[in-house]
Design a protein around this ligand. Structure first.
Ligand SMILES: Cc1cc2nc3c(=O)[nH]c(=O)nc-3n(C[C@H](O)[C@H](O)[C@H](O)COP(=O)(O)OP(=O)(O)OC[C@H]3O[C@@H](n4cnc5c(N)ncnc54)[C@H](O)[C@@H]3O)c2cc1C
Length: 330
């Protein structure tokens, strides 16, 4: 049963199947580290933008000549920082601070020319150049705890490796801290989700950003995207839950497979083909450098992981997600 809100009121529709492709864009993660709103985050909501504001367009006046703190280490943060840098060239007094929770920027700086998506490689390289130019104050290992008022401006307080640290004062904050799925839509349904990523369960181990950075995800379709609830599928970026690595290309093949399954063409639904552009950088979680599979070292062009993956793929099963040459990040 679907509850559909329209301009004419609420309607209830019955459906043979439901495909949830509602995305994650409307439910951004909070600024506070650990997924909990920072103290003061609600009080100063009018000075916080989530995601990527239109810095060079309709939001220009909010950022020109002001100081902004950008929190986050993904592509949204990179876009916002580069826009602020462009704005600063024509708007004197524009300044920005970049605060990231981690200490390793390998993933955001990306694989450069080795990235099979040239624009993604360029974005990482540009933000690296910006950070190294000294035009932005980069603070790593910073976990935001609180926002406090200070002479009409804001101080952002967080835990750093050196103890409690205060950044600012700033005028505005951009929380580029990712998105999470809105699961309230489906609370009455029997869903099978990864307990941490909130992705569909089968994908969780394959897309965990702490484990995988290569950009490769094994082909998957209607079987992995279904749930114990009959006729219910999660597709698109919502199928990845909180993982930030989803690409449209994945979604097209997901939807094709689910549509074929619903049309009764099981052969077409099962024939899932997906080759994603690799990022050109494969990071390895700390302490896993000696392990063989998914994040293990790459002493040669292939390793145990790649062989296991190839075998799994040949057998029509999902492998561990890191196919091809891997290099351990220092
Ligand atoms: C800043 C940014 C840049 C990106 N750039 C790229 C890129 O260059 N290439 C790429 O491949 N991917 C990119 N991505 C990833 C990108 O989000 C996805 O590839 C793509 O938009 C996901 O499509 P989707 O249909 O799953 O979700 P969305 O595009 O988010 O679409 C979800 C839709 O569902 C609607 N909706 C939500 N709730 C409901 C409801 N209850 N009822 C009805 N409708 C609802 C929403 O309004 C929205 O229209 C980017 C993501 C971000 C955040």
């Amino acid at each position: 049963m679907l509850v559909v809100e329209t301009a004419d009121g609420t309607r209830r529709d019955s459906a043979r199947a439901v495909i949830d492709a509602s995305g994650t864009w409307r439910t951004p993660n909070p600024l506070g580290a650990g997924g909990i709103a920072a103290e003061g985050e609600a009080d100063f909501a009018d000075r916080i933008a989530y995601g990527i504001p239109d810095i060079l367009g309709r939001d220009r006046a909010l950022y020109a000549g002001r100081t902004t703190l950008v929190a986050g280490s993904g592509h949204s943060a990179a876009n916002a920082l580069l826009d602020l840098a462009r704005l600063a060239e024509g708007a004197p007094g524009t300044a920005f601070i970049w605060a990231v929770r981690g200490t390793d920027l390998v993933r955001i700086y990306g694989g450069g020319d080795a990235d099979q998506l040239p624009a993604r490689g360029e974005l990482g390289a540009d933000v690296r150049d910006l950070a190294e130019s000294g035009r932005v104050q980069l603070v790593t290992g910073f976990a935001t705890l609180a926002i406090r008022a200070h002479d009409g401006r804001l101080i952002v307080e967080g835990q750093s490796e050196e103890g409690l640290l205060q950044l600012g004062p700033v005028d505005r904050i951009i929380a580029a801290t990712g998105q999470r799925p809105d699961l309230s839509l489906t609370r009455e349904l029997r869903l099978d989700l990864d307990p941490w990523l909130e992705s569909v369960k089968a994908l969780g181990p394959l897309i965990d950003p702490n484990e995988h950075s290569c950009g490769d995800v094994p082909p998957h379709g209607h079987r992995e995207l279904s749930h114990p609830e009959p006729g219910f599928y999660t597709v698109g970026i919502k199928s990845y839950g909180r993982a930030p690595t989803f690409l449209l290309l994945t979604g097209y093949e997901q939807v094709r497979s689910v549509a074929a399954a619903l049309a009764g063409d099981v052969a077409a639904a099962d024939a899932v083909q997906l080759v994603l552009p690799e990022t050109g950088v494969c990071t390895v979680p700390a302490g896993r450098a000696s392990q063989g599979c998914c994040g293990g070292p790459a002493p040669a062009a292939t390793d145990a992981c790649c062989v296991a993956d190839a075998d799994a793929k040949a057998a029509g099963k999902m492998g561990c997600g890191c196919v091809g040459k891997m290099e351990a990040a220092e």
